[in-house]
Design a protein around this ligand. Structure first.
Ligand code: SOE
Length: 401
């Protein structure tokens, strides 16, 4: 195999050649991760950013140059057909995940797929089946719930797994954004059910469902929820924009076909109660992910707007001096942090994507099963579907295992 152009040759390591589909917000986040992971972590495989695919030849060429990809393809099928691509990284809207992932797995490529895994439970089930069919040949699949890889969140999970919280009673989780509170904000693909599957529920609610289950090691068993669309019609986008902002064409309007906000309560299999809220209308909140967990022995609290910090209350502490302690999760003893800066030197949003690549590459080299798996992504999809059904029917819904 050929060497990566800007890394020293190392005959002892095999090369993993990556092809990415899509190059907008998530594509940029993934690109920096593929580039940075081998520069900060000692990886068992050498990485090669072989090709990026996108429909518009000029835009994809510009993206390749900007983000560091060696070559381009103008269709995802031609990317999958390439013999020199070992892993396909899917960074496109949800309506294409199933088709691309299933084709890539059938072609013997590992797959990393952005969240939510799919736009429906049926698609997610087909993706899990494709991953199972490919697995005996050593092919692996993972869904990209990156916030799991924020060190303070990984530490939270470790504390729960070590029994420091005891029996879990409460999970309180919110994901708050405000980028469409203006009724004249354009109708981006994220507001189109055919493209995105759902609105705040699938885009950001999926993250807090995954985080709550990841931190507690438990699964949501039933839900009762309500979806709301506050602005039902918006101007169309003025130009091709795929991020969270862009100009509107005020002369042309279209219907919003997804939820603007979702609120639901949940019961976990282990008996804990959960309260969840996902909204793009929390004016002033840009990307606040707040999770608090209360157990019989301790509690923890996290807010992504202060993402290097985990608050932990140890119920065994002396009452006079106890209370929530503020742990700055930047010590070498904290997950992932030994590879970065000296204590107290903070990391950011993009690092969780780098950690995702690190975990994935380590699992691939060891022949392990990367986590979260497609089956984990399907479980989240089932929770989302149960919330939608609950909202439509005004009933409690079980999450089918
Ligand atoms: C937009 O709501 C978005 O970019 C999500 O799609 C991402 O998953 C989240 O990390 C940030 O917000």
């Amino acid at each position: 195999m050929t060497d990566h152009p800007d890394l020293p040759a190392d005959a002892a390591r095999e090369t993993l050649s990556v092809g990415m589909v899509g190059y907008a917000f998530m594509g940029a986040a993934h690109s920096q991760a593929w580039r940075n992971a081998p520069r900060f972590f000692d990886l068992p495989l050498r990485l090669r950013m072989r090709a990026v695919a996108g429909r518009n030849p000029d835009l994809v060429a510009a993206a390749a140059a900007r983000l560091g990809w060696e070559s381009t393809e103008t269709s995802w099928r031609s990317l999958i057909d390439r013999d020199d691509v070992d892993l396909v990284d899917i960074c496109t809207p949800g309506d294409t995940h199933a088709e691309i992932a299933i084709a890539a797995l059938a072609a013997g490529k590992h797959v990393l797929c952005e969240k939510p895994l799919a736009n429906s439970v049926e698609e997610a089930e087909a993706m899990v089946a494709a991953a199972e069919r490919a697995r005996p040949a050593g092919v692996r699949a993972m869904v990209g719930f990156t916030y799991r890889r924020v060190p303070a969140i990984a530490l939270a999970r470790r504390l729960v797994a070590d029994g420091r919280l005891g029996r879990i009673h409460h999970v309180r989780a919110q994901y708050l954004q405000d980028w469409i509170v203006d009724p004249e904000a354009p109708l981006s693909w994220r507001l189109d059910k055919d493209k995105a599957g759902s609105g705040a529920l699938g885009d950001i609610g999926a993250h807090i469902v995954d985080l709550a289950q990841f931190i507690t090691g438990d699964a949501i068993a039933s839900v009762s929820g309500r979806l709301e669309t506050f602005v039902t019609e918006r101007p169309l986008p003025a130009d091709h924009h795929t991020g969270l902002s862009g100009a509107a064409d005020t002369a042309r309007r279209g219907p919003v076909t997804v939820d603007d906000a979702a609120a639901f309560i949940a019961r976990f299999r282990g008996g804990a109660l959960g309260v969840f809220e996902a909204t793009r209308f929390a004016l002033g909140r840009k990307n606040a992910i707040r999770i608090e967990v209360n157990g019989s022995r301790g509690s923890l609290a996290f807010d992504f707007e202060d993402m290097n910090v985990l608050h932990f209350h140890d119920g065994d502490d002396d009452a006079a001096t106890g209370g929530f302690r503020r742990i700055l999760a930047t010590e070498a003893e904290h997950p992932y942090m030994a590879a970065w800066w000296p204590p107290g030197h903070l990391i950011g949003y993009e690092h969780s994507f780098t950690h995702q690549v690190v975990d994935l590459v380590n699992d691939l080299a060891a022949g392990g099963d990367p986590s979260p798996s497609f089956a984990d992504g399907l479980q989240v999809q089932r929770v989302l579907a149960a919330v939608e059904t609950s909202s439509d029917s005004a009933t409690w819904q079980d999450v089918t295992p």
